[in-house]
Structures are given as C-alpha cells and as structure tokens.
Ligand binder design. Structure first.
Ligand SMILES: Cc1ncc(COP(=O)(O)O)c(C=O)c1O
Length: 354
C-alpha cells in the first residue's frame, strides 16, 4: 500500500515483545512475584463495593504522588506520574527537543531513548560505553562539546549491562552541562542507588523511576519522574491528561503501603542474583558481568542458538545476537530460586551439547 509514514521513520519496526508460549519468563526484567495477597484482596474489595470506573482517573495522580513523596522523600510538586517510565521518556523528549536537536545517551543502553528521539524529530547521539561496559564520562564530556545536546539520558544501573554510573561522576556531568540530564533508575531499588538526593541541588536533573521492576506492577503501567518544581511544571505541559488508570494508581498506593513485603522480595532477588552470578561464572563457555539489577548479562559463543534452545524448553531470555557489541550476549532476568535452578540446569545441558 502507499506509504504515508513520515520519511524519517521508515526504517523503524513496531516494538515486538516475545509472544511464544513459555514456562519461565526471564526476558523482560519483570518481577517473578505476583501482587501481594493483601493488595489483591483490598483491590478486589474496593472494585466490588464501588469501582468508580465510570469516571476518569485523577489526571494528576495527586494521592499517589503524596504516597510517592513519602517513599522518595521529595515534595509531591516534584513528581509526575506516567503510564510506565516509557511514556515519561517520550514526554520528556517531547517537552525539550525541537526538530534537529541532539539527544545523548550511552550505547549499549535502553532502546527507547533513541526511538523516542527520532519520533520527536531529534537527533540521537550514542556515546559508547568502555569495553568493560563502564561509563566513559570523558566520552560524554567530549560529546557534549562536540554536539551541544539539549538532553542527556544516563541509565543507572544500565540496561542491559547492569552497572551504575557512580554519583560523583554523575555530579561532574551535572555541573558541566547546562541542558537536562535524565537519570533512568528503573533498576535503582536493586542496589539502593539513587540520584534523588541531588534534585534540590541541580535544577537540570530529572530522575526516572518505575513500578514495573522491583515493585512488581509491570502489567499496570506506572512510572514517575522526580525533578524540581519548575521543571515539573514545564514537563507537565506535554503529559497527556488521564494517562494513568484509576486501578493502576490505587494498586501503586497499596503497594507502597505494603512496602515491607516488597523490600523482602527485593532482598530475595538480590540474593538470587548473586547466587546465579556465582554459578554462571563457574560454567565453562560463559562469562557473566556483575550486576546491580534484577538481571544478568552473559556472554557465550552461539548466544542466539542458546536462546533458541532455551525457548524450546519454555525458558524465555533476551538475546542480543547480531547486535553490535552485544552480539554474543544474553540478558537473563533473575527469577525465583526454583526458576533459576531450572534455567541453570537447562543451560548446562545445552552447553554440554545434549
Ligand atoms: C532502563 C529502563 N527504563 C525504562 C523502562 C520502561 O519501563 P516501564 O515503562 O515499564 O516503566 C525499562 C523497561 O525495561 C528499562 O529497562
């Protein structure tokens, strides 16, 4: 058919998640735990009593912002809630990037920074990580000089490499750059790492968080950003109204009210991550990168084939085969102890050629 799509977007493909049947899902860095029972029961009770679903949700998520404010120790006016942090990445780019302006971000990193930049008509500029995937801050400083970007994304801990940018090096960037710096902390809960404490000090800083990973609410699409009030007012102009459903807002509040259960689960995932790391690093033919997240990046010859074999056994992992510097890499989400054991057992069989 006639192609109506904007000419600058014609080489892009629609986002496609794995949609094959599976036993164990370790490909999208979701939580392996279902919603806590107390949260489910409370939600169900409220829905049965008076769902309120005939009405639009609170457009500004005012009550949820109060809860997040208590959790993150920032003012509610310093928070915007979005339909996942994905939506907020797009909202931020749309708020600040005019056609032809540059957006800097690390490579490899989360793919949506580049895609949303292109959709907005901006120009993506990738700054390579070092060979060991640590952040090359000199490279960022040079790229800032050269490209004069308006916006920088830092993913810390980084997806898919699992490492952080240390806070003192982040401060160096914040101090030497007068555009906006977004620190995506989607996995921050797995290493108690956060730049939130710098919000008051740096008016050009935005911290992005999500309920999809440690909080276990990926299916409800809730993310939030934290920035000083002036920046929040500017970004709010672009945020679509009623973007987060009432059920999502309520569930997120209930999860924060039961944060002790979530904290216990995070500790279990972190302990499992370290156990998996230990086992994988002793396996022949595999190298594994240290991680501050709920996933591990592995390198193995024939990574694409290994991914396919795992899939045949009902285990989904993310393959980066054919993807530049990650071409021999797999990303594996940390599951429950039982899931991780099954994964290890099947992986060993595959590596032994059985
Ligand atoms: C680094 C990073 N940022 C943002 C997201 C988007 O998360 P969500 O839209 O579910 O909040 C992801 C999801 O995988 C991610 O890895």
């Amino acid at each position: 058919m006639k192609v109506y799509l904007r000419s600058g977007l014609r080489d892009l493909k629609p986002y496609k998640a794995n949609d094959v049947p599976y036993r164990i899902k370790m490909d999208a860095n979701e939580s392996p735990y279902d919603l806590p029972g107390v949260v489910k029961k409370q939600l169900a009770r409220e829905l049965l009593e008076d769902s309120g679903l005939n009405l639009y949700p609170d457009s500004d998520a005012a009550v949820l912002r109060e809860s997040i404010s208590g959790y993150c120790k920032v003012h509610p006016d310093e928070i915007i809630v979005g339909a996942g942090s994905d939506e907020l990445i797009q909202v931020i780019i749309n708020a600040f990037i005019d056609r032809g302006e540059m957006v800097l971000y690390p490579d490899p990193s989360f793919g949506m920074y580049g895609i949303f930049t292109r959709i907005a008509g901006g120009i993506p500029v990738e700054v390579p990580l070092n060979d060991d995937f640590s952040y090359d801050t000199d490279g960022f400083h040079k790229a800032i000089e050269q490209h004069k970007p308006k916006l920088i994304f830092i993913c810390s801990p980084n997806n898919p490499t699992g490492n952080i940018l240390e806070l003192d090096r982040l401060r160096g960037l914040l101090e030497n750059f007068n555009g906006i710096v977004v620190v995506d902390e989607a996995y921050g809960e797995f290493c108690s790492h956060s730049a939130i404490e710098y919000i008051a000090q740096y008016p050009n800083l935005v911290v992005l968080k999500t309920f999809s990973k440690a909080m276990g609410l990926a299916g409800l699409r809730i993310g939030y950003l934290i920035a000083n009030k002036g920046l929040v007012e500017q970004i709010s102009i672009v945020k679509p109204p009623y973007n987060v459903s009432s059920i999502s807002q309520r569930a997120a509040r209930l999860v924060l009210e039961n944060i002790d259960i979530i904290r216990e689960r995070i500790s279990k995932i972190v302990a499992e991550r370290e156990r998996l790391y230990g086992k994988l690093s002793r396996m022949n033919g595999i190298s594994v990168y240290p991680s501050n997240t709920n996933f591990l990046l592995l390198k193995a010859n024939g990574a694409g084939k290994i991914c396919e074999r795992l899939m045949q056994e009902g285990i989904l992992v993310r393959s980066f085969a054919g993807n530049g510097r990650l071409k021999d890499c797999l990303r594996v989400t940390v599951g429950t102890a039982e899931d991780n054991d099954t994964f290890l057992q099947v992986l060993e069989q595959i590596l032994r050629g059985q």
